[in-house]
Write a protein of this length. Structure first.
Length: 431
């Protein structure tokens, strides 16, 4: 209202329906104006749901108060900043990150948040349905950019007089440039259980005939040829409990990041990760890694050197072998010593990986595609002996290994499929 008072004008049924739409979404998007004016929680309270949707706040200047109610709910929260950097920006960012928020810097025109880049970054995180609850400015910006698929309109039989309207889309000069919208009847929402997506993430069950809007399930591929050795320089918690992951800040040569954007995939020591922010000129980028991934990989929980490889393009050479970027197990170095001009590396793999290892077969060690020269089966596992030429030792982080070092292992993709075909029961013969 004009005096600043905020009151419900819709019915309880309409508000419950709004909660249902909020519950089915992967994430809820709002703007800093709504946060400062209403201090909302924007969580699901009136509908049974197995998980809270993620929250995304557009906040170019990082004005979100660290004590805002939106931090009450236990869910991933992302604050999207633009290009407004002042002397207090870093302090405000640190305060928000201390509350468990992820801060994304997505600079667009006029130092505002780049909305298309935001949607690409969210899509890369598996968010394929974004529910917007915002004021007229953000609503208008999304409509003007052509980024809105649906409008949920609730009509209340009340006359309120002049107001700001639903969306600031600017004055219309030519009728042909009006925003066209079709009318669809939506059945009453009935909560359905969410299902687990990749990596254990909860994803909403979409209604029949409803297609996810973003290609979130594409799987990047690698080839095990390391093109850069980077450094993990900073590790920050994403929350206060052991269930929260970490944000890793990495530095590398600036040229490595020239063609890297938000949401791109980069393998760190053989583990596929998603870029959450990137500053090519500074040779710096960040990735967020879950607690589960930290527990199943090696070399990513502390500062130090890591092997880097960008995901393959369709026209790239397969210089090594097909690598998925999913670590199968953590092995242990049992021997690493020079032999002539080369080095011999022996790695003990867990027993369940022994069937995938073969003489002259391929294995990925900390993201490096290598050839197995000899195998030895033991009670505690399978030891693979590998020869490293000087170029590999000098241009990867493998040269820093020593006996006892943990390493990420990924077996050959082809071997995995062959083992499955050998184990699968024969199809029944029709009489």
């Amino acid at each position: 209202m004009a005096n600043g008072a905020s009151q419900w004008i819709t019915s309880p049924e309409a508000r419950a329906d709004g909660q249902a739409w909020r519950a089915r979404a992967c994430a809820v998007l709002t703007g800093i104006g709504t946060v400062l004016a209403d201090n909302p929680r924007l969580d699901v309270r009136e509908v049974s749901t197995p998980r809270q949707p993620q929250l995304v706040v557009l906040d170019s200047r990082l004005r979100t108060p660290p004590n805002a109610q939106l931090f009450v709910a236990d869910r991933p929260t992302t604050i999207c900043a633009g290009g407004h950097f002042d002397t207090e920006f870093s302090a405000r960012q640190a305060a928000l990150e201390a509350r468990g928020a992820t801060v994304l810097q997505l600079r667009g025109a006029d130092d505002r948040v780049d909305l298309p880049a935001l949607l690409r970054a969210l899509g890369a995180r598996g968010i394929n349905e974004l529910h917007v609850e915002a004021g007229h400015r953000l609503n208008g910006a999304l409509l003007r950019a052509g980024l809105v698929d649906e409008l949920l309109l609730y009509l209340a039989p009340k006359l309120l007089g002049p107001g700001r309207g639903m969306a600031d889309i600017g004055p219309l000069q030519v009728l042909e440039r009006r925003h066209r919208a079709g009318v669809a009847r939506c059945p009453a929402y009935r909560p359905r259980p969410a299902r687990a997506g990749p990596g254990g993430r909860a994803r909403p069950v979409l209604s029949p005939g409803r297609t996810p809007r973003l290609p979130c399930d594409n799987r990047p591929m690698f080839t095990g040829i390391i093109t850069q050795v980077g450094q993990i320089t900073q590790i920050a918690p994403l929350g206060a409990t052991s269930a929260h992951g970490k944000r890793l800040t990495l530095h590398c040569e600036p040229d490595f990041l020239n063609d890297v954007g938000l949401g791109d995939s980069i393998a760190l020591n053989g583990a596929c990760m998603t870029v959450t922010s990137v500053l090519p000129k500074d040779g710096r980028f960040t990735i967020d890694i879950s607690a589960e991934s930290l527990g199943k990989t090696a070399g990513l929980a502390e500062p130090g050197a890591v092997n880097l490889e960008k995901a393959l393009r369709a026209n790239d050479r397969l210089g090594g072998h097909l690598v998925s970027g999913h670590v199968d197990a953590v092995g242990r170095v049992t021997h690493f010593a020079p032999v002539g001009e080369s080095w011999e590396l022996r790695v003990l793999a867990p027993p369940d990986l022994a069937r995938y290892l073969a003489y002259k077969g391929s294995i990925t060690v900390n993201g490096v595609s290598l050839t197995v020269n000899r195998i030895a089966d033991r009670a505690e596992g399978c030891e693979a002996s590998i020869n490293l030429i000087p170029h590999t030792v000098e241009n990867t982080a493998l040269g820093r290994l020593a006996a006892g070092s943990p390493v990420n292992l990924e077996v050959d993709l082809i071997a995995r499929y062959v083992a499955r075909m050998m184990d699968a029961p024969a199809p029944s013969q029709a009489s």
